[in-house]
Ligand binder design. Structure first.
Ligand SMILES: [Zn+2]
Length: 274
């Protein structure tokens, strides 16, 4: 654990209406019947852990060929901006790593901005919530309920023949290596959500919430559901659980897409947390 390093990989950004993040943000009221919507910037990120027990990647960012592959509604709903140096594989390359050097990939869920490069990791063991994988494959086969699960991402990770390790909802926690625990939260934002706790010697504990909590405003001053949501009760249950777990374990919550928090964090080009 002494040699564990935690890197934050900046994979570009999206812009979108705030109501996708906070349901009902800037809702009309009797005295303000036509409020102006808020258009916000959000970071797209992944995390890398290097350690003597292996290298772990948490999430994989967006497809670099998004212009060609995404359904039209996605860049219309949330335009994506990325430079070549921000591509996930280039971010790994800047640290001297290739896809084959990653022992474990933890995929928080299979949405467009998390699973876009998953198909590259054919030598890794891939951790995913079981329902997330099953429902995504069902959606792909039936062409229904895909939401922001993208068919081209799904087709490629099927074709790649990945080495999946699915976590059923009965597995609440899974210690992957000493100091890294996968947290299995079940349905909420999507069909099944994974998070991660990382115990770092100097930094302390980090709790990677991914899209189980988009941003600080989803929990402060109280829990607010986002506009992209599969199971609202599961979402609230998870949000409460994360806040309590972070308090009990003295962990700093890393939100999934919080631009204010992201700007203040050290990115992989600047260094790492240990
Ligand atoms: Zn998502």
């Amino acid at each position: 654990m002494d040699t564990m390093k935690f890197y934050i990989l900046d994979n570009g950004w999206e812009t979108l209406d705030k109501s996708y993040f906070i349901a009902g943000a800037n809702a009309a009221t009797a005295s303000d019947r036509n409020p102006v919507n808020e258009w916000i910037d959000i970071p797209i990120q992944a995390y890398l852990i290097t350690s003597e027990y292996g290298n772990i990647l948490f999430d994989t960012g967006c497809d670099v060929d998004w212009k060609k592959n995404w359904p039209e509604f996605i860049p219309e709903q949330s335009p994506y901006f990325v430079t070549e140096e921000q591509y996930l594989l280039n971010r790994l390359g800047q640290l001297g790593l290739e896809a084959k050097d990653i022992d474990y990939v933890i995929i928080s869920h299979l949405h467009v901005d998390h699973a876009g490069n998953l198909y590259h990791f054919t030598d890794s063991q891939i951790f995913v919530n079981e329902n997330e994988l099953v429902q995504t494959l069902k959606g792909y086969a039936t062409n229904r309920d895909l939401d922001v699960h993208v068919p081209s991402d799904i087709r490629r990770f099927i074709d790649a023949g990945l080495n999946w390790k699915t976590l059923g909802d009965e597995v609440a926690e899974y210690e992957l290596i000493p100091g890294v625990t996968i947290l299995n939260w079940g349905s909420g934002h999507s069909f099944g959500m994974l998070g991660m706790k990382v115990e770092l010697k100097n930094t302390g504990n980090l709790l990677v919430a991914a899209d189980a909590l988009y941003c600080r405003e989803n929990i402060e001053p109280e829990i607010k559901v986002p506009g992209i949501l599969y199971d609202s009760l599961g979402y609230k249950r998870t949000a409460k659980k994360i806040v309590e777990y972070a308090r009990e374990t003295e962990s700093k919550i890393l939100f999934g897409h919080d631009m204010e928090q992201f700007k203040a964090l050290k990115k992989s080009t600047e260094g790492y947390y240990d």
